[in-house]
Structure formats: C-alpha cells, structure tokens
Design a protein around this ligand. Sequence first.
Ligand SMILES: CC(C)(COP(=O)(O)OP(=O)(O)OC[C@H]1O[C@@H](n2cnc3c(N)ncnc32)[C@H](O)[C@@H]1OP(=O)(O)O)[C@@H](O)C(=O)NCCC(=O)NCCS
Length: 167
Amino acid sequence: MGDVGDLLVRLYDLPQGPVRDGLAAAGIEIRRALPPERLIVLDWVTRHFGSLWAAEVEMGFGQLPVTVWLAVRGNALLGFACHDATAKGFFGPTGVDAAARGQGVGEALLFATLNGMRAAGYAYAVIGDPGPVEFYCKRLDASVIPKSKPGLYRGMLRPQLEDRQVD
Ligand SMILES: CC(C)(COP(=O)(O)OP(=O)(O)OC[C@H]1O[C@@H](n2cnc3c(N)ncnc32)[C@H](O)[C@@H]1OP(=O)(O)O)[C@@H](O)C(=O)NCCC(=O)NCCS
C-alpha cells in the first residue's frame, strides 16, 4: 500500500490524455476486454500482481459491459486497468508488464478507463490505495481524500503464501 489515502478525480474536468502515437506505431492497442478473455487475463494478473488484484479484475469481468481495459500487442497481454472492481466508482487496480513500462501504456490505460467511467455516468472517480501517486498526479488534477487511509481496505484478509502482490 502507498502512504497516502485515496485520490479523487473530477471526471467532468478530465484533461485530454497525452497523444501517444508511439503506442499504435509499436502495434500496441488499448481496448475494453471481452468476456472470453476472462481466464487468460486473470491468470496473467495473478502471475504478475497476485491473487488480490486478480479477484478485483474478476469483478470487472462480471459486469456488462466489462469494466476492464487491456493493452495488447498481437496475442500478448501487456497491461490492464479496471473500474468498479473494488467498489462502485473506484478506478483500479492497474498494472503493466515490467518489460513494457515507461512507454505510455499505463497512462493510456488510465485515460481509457477514466473516459469509460465518464461515459458510464460517473462525475468522479476514486483511485483507491493509489500506490505511485506521482504517476496519477502527473496528468490528473487529483486530490487526496482526507481520512481515507486505510479506508475501504481496513482489516482486509491478505494471502499468507504470496511473497508480494506487485512485481
Ligand atoms: C504504475 C504503472 C501502471 C505505470 O505504467 P507505465 O506504462 O510504466 O506508465 P507510463 O509509461 O504511461 O508513464 C506515464 C508517466 O508517468 C511516469 N511514471 C510511471 N510510473 C511512475 C511511478 N511509479 N512513479 C512516478 N512516475 C511514474 C512516467 O515517467 C511517465 O512520465 P513522462 O510521460 O513524463 O515520461 C506501472 O509502473 C506498474 O504496473 N506498476 C506496478 C503496479 C502499480 O503500482 N499499479 C498502480 C497501483 S493500482
């Protein structure tokens, strides 16, 4: 868990996401996940980020339309982001394969998902337990929600056999 509380994002003021022509040029597509991809994505998220995040992503696959976005190159999954997976109106979790970081994939997933939330009728998004706050605040005018740490996650059971949740 990061050190700050949850973040609040005003979706009605959402800035234009950065134009990343390089992603398309590199053959990387950002799109909503399809229900048949559920088990493939859950397996990938479990291996890279652990069972807690996979359980949240599974919630996203339990809704129509699916509230999970993917970054894919051909048949390879590079990253994911979701909303309404932890609580209604929550963004996250999100993660990018360590080898694919630093080229705008995480940010493209963030903006695609937040735009999806806005289209679904939300005025605000909560980024729960944000981790790398600098990543979120780089392009978003997000505010820390007072007294939101540990917030929703207070007293949550955690796996005892997994060394770590995030690679
Ligand atoms: C956070 C994460 C999704 C970012 O993915 P990414 O594809 O590397 O991010 P991007 O390349 O789109 O980065 C966009 C900008 O944010 C910055 N940034 C990315 N990760 C950052 C971090 N951890 N801390 C500070 N800044 C970061 C980048 O430098 C980049 O800035 P630039 O445009 O000025 O170069 C990825 O590092 C990750 O999967 N981390 C582990 C899981 C995690 O912490 N998820 C978030 C909590 S749910």
